[in-house]
Design a protein around this ligand. Structure first.
Ligand code: ZN
Length: 160
């Protein structure tokens, strides 16, 4: 029952905050782009969370791919578990998952929409390297279909 309640709570939280700005430490932006570039031509990925005291995303853990590919990402299971542990220790909350699109736009692909059913209530952040300058956008994907964008706000310090 506890697990069901948690899932419901996360989903409700997502609905409450649909389309609202997502605040992320600017250092994390740098780290995401660096890893996305390093894993080209394949997709890179990682998990993001807050510290439990603020809604600002302050925690980032890169997760290696179990099956490197230019068109999809598959997180290595043990590394993914470890990333969850790193984010959620000391009260942090898992908030977002990011991956890169080496040659396509920063928008959820049909594969991304289908995969999002595995992480309801978690924001999908996509970094595109298709242009000379990286583009990062964030989305809630509802029921594997509807896409709602969250404006990203890069900040130097966590907001209260
Ligand atoms: Zn994708």
């Amino acid at each position: 029952m506890k697990g069901r309640w948690t899932l419901h709570c996360r989903y409700a939280r997502c609905i409450d905050t649909l389309g609202t700005p997502l605040f992320i430490l600017s250092d994390i932006r740098t780290a995401i782009i660096r890893h996305a570039v390093a894993t080209q031509p394949n997709e890179g990925c990682g998990l993001l969370g807050d510290d439990g005291d603020s809604d600002t995303i302050t925690r980032h853990v890169i997760v290696p791919s179990a099956d490197p590919s230019p068109v999809r990402f598959t997180m290595e299971p043990y590394a993914q578990l470890n990333a969850h542990h790193q984010i959620e220790q000391h009260g942090g909350r898992w908030r977002a998952i990011w991956h890169s699109h080496p040659t396509s736009a920063a928008y959820p692909s049909p594969t991304d929409r289908a995969q999002s059913l595995n992480w309801a209530g978690i924001v999908a952040i996509i970094v595109s390297l298709a242009q000379p300058e990286p583009v990062i956008r964030a989305f809630s994907i509802i029921g594997g279909r509807e896409v709602v964008e969250h404006p990203l706000r890069w900040v130097q310090h966590p907001l209260p």
